[in-house]
Ligand binder design. Structure first.
Ligand code: SAM
Length: 233
């Protein structure tokens, strides 16, 4: 904890953009080293994400869908796919993206019928035209590892790729334009969604436990496609 605080203080000495670069690199290194086997733990405790899957179910039910075409960014080893297949009453087709090769190799082994790509936030825009269209884009516990401008890009891609976007994250700065990051990137999602052409349709609930800043929201895409079916900026 002491070392973490020292790292945060040192990072804060640098200009904001440079500090964000350090923090992003630190997260990336962590996932590539210490976090590289976490998909195995997520596969064990996959049921703990039931609130996310219930939210997906509710949205698709409300709009009368009889299928679930899901894309998940930061999918790890496909733990949320497993729960969706158990809980959703419809056939689930799924495409998962994660920057960890081990997690994606595991997911491919577990779910050979589904599609997985090794991809990070920087590579996502180039991949978008090849991915197809989905009912829901899920970003669960991933955007807080990514700096503001790059999280904005992910949400813009999400708006192109799916009718609905579900984000589960630290939402303590959901409405705030400014404030200090906290070792994680705490994003002002209301503003990011507006800029990405996403309308919030399920607002985050205030957590009962103020120490737990996680929550989720659902946004609807304005469907910004040109006449060739290509997504605009
Ligand atoms: C906390 S886990 C969440 C896994 C899963 N979404 C869930 O809800 O259980 C975060 C995942 O995001 C991935 N991740 C982190 N930064 C990423 C980035 N910049 N691009 C793509 N994936 C990233 C990690 O590899 C990890 O699998």
């Amino acid at each position: 904890m002491f070392l973490k605080d020292v790292a945060k203080t040192v990072i804060d000495l640098f200009p904001e953009e440079m500090a964000a670069g350090f923090l992003a690199a630190k997260h990336r290194l962590w996932w590539r080293t210490k976090g590289s086997k976490l998909h195995l733990a997520y596969a064990q405790d996959y049921k703990t994400r039931s609130a996310i899957v219930s939210a997906v179910k509710e949205v698709l039910h409300r709009v009368g869908r009889d299928r679930a075409r899901i894309i998940e960014f930061g999918c790890s080893g496909g733990n949320n796919l497993r729960l969706m297949r158990e809980i959703l009453p419809w056939p689930v087709s799924y495409l998962g993206l994660d920057f960890q090769p081990d997690a994606i190799a595991y997911a491919r082994q577990q779910y050979p019928e589904d599609v997985f790509h090794v991809c990070d936030d920087l590579g996502l825009p180039d991949l978008v035209p090849r991915l197809g269209h989905f009912d829901v884009f899920i970003a669960s516990a991933v955007l807080y590892y990514i700096p503001l401008d790059r999280a904005q890009t992910v949400l813009r891609c999400a708006a192109c790729l799916a009718d609905y976007v579900l984000v589960c994250d630290d939402l303590s700065r959901f409405h705030l334009a400014s404030g200090r990051n906290d070792g994680l990137f705490l994003h002002p999602y209301a503003a990011l969604c507006r800029k990405a052409g996403l309308e919030i349709v399920v607002s985050p609930e205030r957590p009962e436990d103020p120490g737990n800043r996680h929550g989720y929201f659902v946004a609807r895409s304005a469907g910004r496609f040109n006449e060739d079916g290509v997504c605009g900026d």
